[in-house]
Design a protein around this ligand. Structure first.
Ligand code: NI
Length: 227
């Protein structure tokens, strides 16, 4: 499942993020790539210990924590500290690859199994040409290029790439997460149920049926969640 989560950042947060990104010192993006991905990765990335990266990570984690849609779809157990990249000039693409199954955070030694990957766009689509995130799934490919502040959530198991940026600069935040519900089919079922319950509640207010479905949702989650 590929999910578009709109307006994860407020306009104010986006403006602040852009100022910090403008002032940041970028480095070679291959620093966090595995051996296959490293061969096709050609972009810039903020070093994890850069002061700007620390402020940006905090801002992103706050914003993700507020997003009910992100939570409902991902059911995050652990989020790898978000990273920031830039595609521009001669460092402008990332060929087909699969994200590493387990990311180990060097500073903390924590392991995160990558169930889901996300990209939060930090430049508006008209600021750059190309730069689509292209995902290959069983039924073809899907290209994603979202407004600044919006996020796309997708299975880490998918083969994906970032198309060459031929004008301007594509700025983004990206990371991976381990879900409380490892199996994507179960996660999908819980998400569909969560959304249906929210719609039912919006239409008919609190009702015995809404309570009954909410109870089923939580009992399923209790059965499937690993915390
Ligand atoms: Ni990737």
């Amino acid at each position: 499942m590929l999910l578009h989560v709109p307006q994860v950042l407020t306009m104010d947060e986006l403006a602040r993020a852009r100022i910090w990104l403008d002032e940041a010192d970028w480095a070679d993006g291959r620093m966090t790539a595995g051996s296959q991905a490293g061969r096709v990765k050609n972009n810039l990335q903020l070093p994890e210990n850069a002061p700007a990266a620390r402020r940006l990570r905090e801002l992103m984690l706050d914003a993700l924590g507020r997003s009910a849609l992100f939570f409902a779809a991902a059911l995050p157990r652990k989020i790898y500290p978000p990273l920031f990249n830039c595609y521009t000039g001669a460092t402008n693409s990332f060929g087909n690859h699969v994200d590493n199954a387990v990311r180990t955070h060097a500073a903390s030694g924590n392991h995160v199994r990558t169930d889901l990957s996300f990209t939060l766009f930090l430049a508006e689509p008209d600021e750059y040409a190309g730069g689509e995130l292209v995902m290959e799934h069983g039924f073809g490919t899907e290209a994603v290029k979202l407004p600044a502040g919006d996020l796309v959530l997708y299975p880490s198991s998918s083969v994906h790439r970032v198309e060459p940026v031929t004008r301007g600069a594509r700025l983004a935040c990206f990371s991976w997460l381990e879900s409380m519900v490892r199996e994507s089919e179960r996660r999908r079922l819980l998400f569909d149920m969560d959304q249906a319950i929210a719609a039912l509640r919006a239409q008919a207010g609190e009702s015995a049926e809404a309570v009954a479905f909410t109870s089923c949702y939580h009992n399923l989650l209790r059965m499937w969640a690993h915390s």
